[in-house]
Design a protein around this ligand. Structure first.
Ligand SMILES: Cc1cc2nc3c(=O)[nH]c(=O)nc-3n(C[C@H](O)[C@H](O)[C@H](O)COP(=O)(O)OP(=O)(O)OC[C@H]3O[C@@H](n4cnc5c(N)ncnc54)[C@H](O)[C@@H]3O)c2cc1C
Length: 398
């Protein structure tokens, strides 16, 4: 006889475990299945081991999706304050690091323990190391064929995430199930990912590897002012990761290395204050020295050029090079390092209120597998909690 549950959840990550706990505490029998040996591995490694579990500034504008309105309903019904209340009830303390990003004071393992306890205490079942082989809709719900045998349920929640970091167990299962039931998939692409360059630019960036500076990175219509970091293969750092989600292959990335204001006015003032100072010294008063020297080389100006010898037009060129540096990445570091997957199960086939499939009653998609992708800074976990809550609320009300 196959084991029977009210609800089966595929994927024991942030969204799946949270959804399972919400359903189990309402007295429904629930089973969470994962092929990995350990649950919620991305929660464990997130935020440098301290899990940036939400962002107090969460708003629909912090998410990318083909339908920018889709996330509104779920985000409004489970907020960062709600998750903070949950942590408070479990005596898990946190702090705000920057830009509204909340991190655990201790290790992220505390959140995993909380999620596991909320599932197990009311009797929820967790099956790890279990491969999912087939899903079939039946008159009473679904049959999930697994490596441990068939399981039956009335409602099925797909929470198997996106394609980022395959070595941590990421797979395209959610997309396969979605296609099976007639859903469209918005082509998945790596997001929150370092950008790579080729040719001379790659060599110049490699020479600067490890250098960081504050900048505004623009891709498409989005602009992010945070740190950028030069790497052996290109650019990383929070401003670049954020911009990467909006970058499309073949398009340019615009960097402003003087994000605090008017670069030309600053250069003119610097010339007025000390005409004998060299350009590289002036640039290095604002940029890391090695980057300042590279900018001089880019401008084909000797680093020892004196400020007094630079005309207004020359300062204009330097200001433009600094504040409108247009560079075209050749690609991204790909799935190996992408923090999240943009795209996924198209929102057109899902209810924004419940995350239920419009094609198959009792089938839900939550978390990262859906075409809703958050900015860097706790937004992706907030989507995981909020979408899980929305589905759990609908399931327990049914
Ligand atoms: C290095 C890193 C750091 C991050 N830091 C942060 C952060 O600080 N803050 C933030 O908001 N976001 C962060 N993120 C993003 C965040 O981790 C994800 O958005 C979030 O985990 C998505 O939750 P999920 O439950 O939808 O998917 P996941 O957490 O990916 O969980 C999916 C689960 O499904 C399982 N699974 C997949 N395929 C199958 C299959 N075929 N069969 C059975 N099981 C399967 C996986 O093993 C996994 O356990 C980070 C991501 C990475 C990679």
């Amino acid at each position: 006889m196959a084991d029977t549950f009210d609800v089966i959840i595929l994927g024991a990550g942030a969204a799946g475990l949270f959804c399972g706990g919400e359903i189990a505490r309402e007295g429904r029998s629930v089973c969470v299945i994962d092929h990995a040996a350990k649950p919620a591995e991305k929660v464990r490694i997130s935020g440098g081991g301290r899990c940036n579990f939400t962002n107090i500034h969460t708003a629909p504008g912090n998410f990318l999706s083909d339908n920018p309105h889709f996330a509104k309903s779920a985000l409004a019904r489970y907020t960062p304050a709600d998750f903070c209340d949950l942590l408070r009830s479990a005596s898990i303390s946190w702090h705000e690091k920057t830009l509204g990003q909340l991190f655990c004071d201790g290790k992220s393992g505390a959140i995993i323990t909380l999620l596991l306890d909320r599932l197990a205490d009311p009797g929820g079942v967790l099956k790890l190391g279990t491969d999912i082989k087939d899903i079939d809709a039946t008159p009473d719900g679904f049959t999930v064929t697994t490596s441990a045998g068939p399981l039956l349920c009335q409602q099925l929640v797909v929470a198997t995430g996106g394609l980022s970091i395959p070595k941590m167990g990421a797979s395209g299962l959610a997309y396969d199930i979605a296609r099976q039931f007639g859903h469209d998939i918005v082509t998945p692409r790596p997001a929150l990912v370092p950008l790579t360059f080729s040719g001379a630019l790659k060599d110049e960036f490699a020479a600067l590897s490890g250098v960081a500076t504050e900048a505004t990175a623009r891709a498409g219509r989005a602009a992010f002012r945070e740190a950028i970091l030069f790497t052996h293969r290109g650019l990383s750092g929070p401003a670049i990761l954020q911009a990467s989600s909006y970058w499309s292959e073949g398009s340019a990335l615009m960097l402003d290395l003087y994000p605090e204001g008017d670069a030309l006015a600053w250069l003119k003032a610097a010339r007025q204050e000390g005409g004998k100072r060299t350009l590289s010294v002036v640039l290095a008063s604002h940029l890391p020295r090695r980057l300042a020297e590279m900018m001089c080389a880019q401008l084909a100006l000797p680093a020892e050029t004196r400020m007094a010898d630079l005309s207004n037009a020359a300062l204009g060129d330097i200001a433009t090079a600094l504040s409108k540096w247009s560079i075209t990445p050749t690609g991204t570091e790909g799935w190996r390092t992408a923090e999240v997957t943009a795209g996924g199960v198209a929102t057109t086939g899902l209810s924004s209120r419940t995350l239920e499939s419009a094609h198959q009653s009792g089938l839900y998609f939550i978390g990262e597998c859906v075409d809703v992708t958050g900015w860097l800074g706790g937004y992706n976990f907030q989507w995981a909690w909020a979408s899980a809550f929305a589905a759990a609320e609908a399931i327990t009300a049914s």
